[in-house]
Design a protein around this ligand. Structure first.
Ligand SMILES: Cc1cc2nc3c(=O)[nH]c(=O)nc-3n(C[C@H](O)[C@H](O)[C@H](O)COP(=O)(O)OP(=O)(O)OC[C@H]3O[C@@H](n4cnc5c(N)ncnc54)[C@H](O)[C@@H]3O)c2cc1C
Length: 457
């Protein structure tokens, strides 16, 4: 029998992870990436696995959902996370990377893999052929032609939400005498640069933020904003002190003399050299001139040089509960599978996880078997198999990793952190069981025989 022809569309986080997972299983694939020939509204380079906004892959703390997802991915043999760690920059309890180094390292890893062929071209049509399989990992900024193709195949136009990018400044342009180093609650090695605002400075900053001009965005509706990516001006507008409970929260970031500031702006290192710093939580859609003017009101940023300014984007995704089978195949065309943010998950690590999951399902299908059910007690199972296929809501709203996705513990545990650690322990034990079932092929086959995917003949 001829080897299957696997075409992966999108050399982002999900697409690269999927290609590497398939290669690890001896399966060859062609990875199509349209950049640099065809740009997206947010990517800035032609590199594979470019992180479009923050350089943070979020917390690695074991008692966070993001930390648990990372541990699960490590146990599943994720390819991109170890690369991220090798490109890490100091960021307290978070895993943040030097964006360019990370992209270059992923490119190098893919280039060194003989089973992966990279083609720099846009895929606008999904031509069917015997033995051909597609993984669409084209992300939130899927090109319009491909969006139309997906719409035609699913009979639905697709869904969207909005989120925004935060600005980046150069270290040389900062007044380091006014900024102080600290990590919240002294976690890590005082990795962040912090700008303290007293009450008067805060009030003036907030007023300027709310009054500044915003860029009108086509089809923008506030209801379509992703919760975790509220533009800073929208947060400021929601109440006089709302920023102090959000991105400018001073708690755990006392000044070097021990006093607590009224508000604190944090800057996170963006590259290994420490020459670029991002304003944490400053996603915005203010006009560019207004961004520079207002953000220079932050003490220490008076002469800040902005190498990147904030922008807002429309993110495309599909209504997974209604258009996908639980193995991420389109109900209408099972040779086409989806992975990453396009399925309705949100976040870098979640998208990496999506690439891994879809590749595992496809590999199993090509071997004539089905994976055992992913445990809902794990973040990966709860997000990619519970949440994404829950059809009780009329419309899927994108989600990132969080403990709210996990079922309650059988025995109550006192203390928030202790409870999360107990959920983590349960998740990892169940994941080990799942991995044992996967390893025992026979177990996987019998589990497969018990389930029928909706929409399947
Ligand atoms: C503006 C913005 C800011 C974001 N900020 C953050 C953040 O700070 N933190 C966070 O955790 N997540 C963030 N996200 C969310 C998201 O998780 C990331 O976008 C993540 O990169 C998605 O991974 P992916 O692999 O699904 O898609 P991507 O990483 O976007 O990869 C998709 C790739 O497909 C390519 N492509 C698209 N269409 C075609 C086509 N027709 N043919 C060939 N190639 C194609 C694109 O060029 C791209 O390289 C942000 C998203 C956006 C849009």
């Amino acid at each position: 029998m001829a080897a299957p022809e696997i075409r992966i569309v999108g050399g982002g986080l999900a697409g690269c992870e999927a290609a590497l997972q398939l290669a690890r299983r001896g399966r060859s694939s062609t990875l199509y990436e349209m950049r640099p020939t065809v740009p997206t509204p947010a990517h800035r380079s032609g590199c594979l696995a470019e992180l479009v906004c923050s350089n943070s892959l979020k917390s690695a703390d074991p008692a966070t959902a993001s930390g648990l997802l990372k541990e699960e991915l490590d146990r599943l043999g994720c390819e991109l996370l170890p690369i991220a760690r090798a490109c890490a920059v100091p960021a307290g309890a978070a895993l943040a990377v030097d964006r360019e180094r990370f992209a270059a390292a992923v490119e190098a890893r893919i280039a060194a893999e003989p089973l992966i062929t990279v083609r720099r071209e846009e895929v606008g049509r999904l031509e069917a052929a015997p033995g051909r399989w597609w993984i669409l990992a084209s992300g939130p900024l899927t090109s319009p032609a491909l969006q139309d193709q997906i719409g035609a195949l699913t009979g639905q136009g697709g869904l969207h939400f909005f989120d925004a990018i935060a600005p980046t400044v150069t270290r040389d342009s900062l007044d380091l005498g006014r900024l102080y180093r600290a990590s919240r609650y002294a976690k890590g090695e005082a990795d962040y640069l912090n700008a303290a605002l007293d009450e008067g400075e805060y009030r003036a900053f907030r007023e300027a933020l709310v009054a500044a001009e915003r860029i009108p965005v086509k089809d923008f509706d506030r209801a379509d904003l992703f919760e975790g990516c509220q533009p800073i001006e929208e947060i400021a507008e929601s109440g006089p002190q709302s920023l102090c409970f959000g991105p400018l929260r001073p708690v755990g970031l006392n000044l070097p003399d021990g006093r607590r500031a009224h508000a604190v702006v944090q800057l996170r290192q963006e590259n290994a050299a420490g020459t670029l710093w991002g304003l944490v939580g400053f996603q915005t859609r203010l006009r560019w001139g207004d961004q520079e003017r207002v953000f220079r009101m932050i003490p220490g940023l008076e002469r800040a040089e902005f190498v990147r300014l904030g922008q807002m984007h429309r993110n495309f995704y599909v209504d997974s509960p209604r258009v996908l089978r639980p193995d991420f195949a389109l109900r209408a065309e099972p040779a086409v599978r989806l992975a990453g943010q396009i399925t309705g998950v949100e976040g870098y690590v979640e998208s990496i996880a999506g690439g891994l999951v879809t590749a595992w399902h496809l590999d199993a299908a090509l071997a004539g078997r089905r994976l055992p059910p992913w445990p809902y007690t794990t973040i990966i199972g709860a997000l990619h198999h519970g949440f994404l296929f829950d059809d009780t809501a009329p419309r899927l709203a994108p989600m990132n990793a969080n403990f709210g996705l996990l079922p309650e513990l059988d025995q109550p545990v006192k203390g928030k952190r202790e409870r999360k650690l107990a959920q983590r322990e349960r998740a990892l034990a169940d994941l080990e069981f799942f991995l044992r079932l996967v390893a025992e092929d026979a177990g996987a086959v019998s589990a497969a025989a018990e389930t029928e995917y909706p929409g399947e003949e």
